[in-house]
Design a protein around this ligand. Structure first.
Ligand code: NCD
Length: 316
């Protein structure tokens, strides 16, 4: 496939054929990641800056590991300890980074739209690792890829529930865009204060009751409460929230057989998901992490090998 994109800012910019190509290529990387020697030389000589101005465990580590497995060099910068703390503007910081000639900047930032803003100023690729509540395209792709592995790539007519803090969640926004286009029916369930204004225009069915929301559902994605993005007074008492919205086995009695449980992490056990369920056989939470490395290897390969993306992934 001829990969013409410079940046990955959101899900909307990818066609469904491109999404399917990402899933197919990621399956190859899952296989490579299961070998005892996992490093392949396809991005040798390329360099990637990981610029994370918000906390991250999974996304940052998996981009880092993905870059190294492809033999690219990766360099990390956090806002703490960077010149952002000395008052340097975001634009000046990223122009400084680009002057060092990386091939891509992977960026996470608390401002919605920040990845698009810097992409307009930079010649190198920008991969959005989460911008405010706006978008988290690589999380949506890894969520989609995880389910594609269990559903044999067949999303048509499946019902997916996204549970929790929809209002502040970039994961919910990107997941809804991706899974709707893949042919799934989308539901959301949350207290009224954690639903975004304008939800009636989203392609989702809205539920207030978790038992009803789980009826005949094929997968549930529970979300973290985005405490850092809440305006005062939006969140009901945490105990009250957990009593109504903490996903547990008992809610799934009427779910579709083989229902899959996911959470992007980091999860608050006992608040968003019960510990038993998070550790159960139906939980794909660690599969999501495994998929995340493979999907980010695919994305680095597609964006960085540009324009000579005809390069083949070496056979084992
Ligand atoms: C998500 C994020 O940062 O948006 N986490 C992740 O990337 N694995 C979800 C979250 O922080 O709640």
């Amino acid at each position: 496939m001829n990969w013409t994109h410079k940046d990955l800012l959101d899900i909307e910019s990818l066609s469904i054929d491109e999404v399917r190509h990402i899933f197919q290529t990621s399956s190859r990387f899952i296989e490579i990641n299961s070998r005892s020697i996992k490093k392949v030389p396809i991005l040798k000589g390329k360099s990637v800056v990981l610029f994370f101005a918000e906390p991250s465990t999974r996304t940052k580590t998996s981009f880092d590991m993905a870059a190294k497995r492809l033999s690219a060099d990766s360099f990390s910068l956090a806002s703490k300890g960077s010149s952002l703390q000395k008052g340097e503007s975001l634009k000046d910081t990223v122009l400084t980074l680009e002057a060092m000639k990386p091939d891509a900047i992977v960026m996470r930032h608390s401002l919605s739209g920040s990845a698009g803003f810097i992409a307009r100023h930079l010649k190198c690729s920008v991969l959005n690792a989460g911008d405010g509540w706006h978008a988290h395209p690589t999380q949506a792709l890894l969520d989609g890829f995880t389910l594609s592995r269990f559903w044999d790539n067949d999303f048509q007519g499946k019902t997916l529930l996204i549970l929790g803090d929809i209002a502040h969640s970039r994961v919910a926004r990107s997941d809804i865009k991706l899974f709707t286009r893949l042919g799934c029916h989308l539901r959301v369930c949350a207290p009224r204060t954690l639903l975004p204004s304008g939800i009636q225009d989203w392609p989702v069915e809205v539920y207030k009751n978790l038992d009803e929301a789980c009826h005949k559902v094929d997968a549930v994605i529970s979300l973290r409460l985005q405490l850092e993005r809440q305006e005062a007074g939006l969140l009901p008492d945490i105990r009250e929230y957990a009593a109504r919205f903490c996903l547990a086995q008992r809610h799934l009695k009427k779910a579709a057989p083989g229902v899959k449980i996911m959470h992007p992490g980091p999860m608050n056990r006992g608040i968003e998901i019960s510990s038993d369920l998070a550790d159960s056989k139906d939980s794909l939470i660690l599969d999501q992490v495994e998929s995340g490395v493979a999907v980010r290897m695919t994305l680095l390969y597609l964006y960085l090998a540009r324009p000579k993306h005809e390069q083949e992934i070496p056979e084992g």
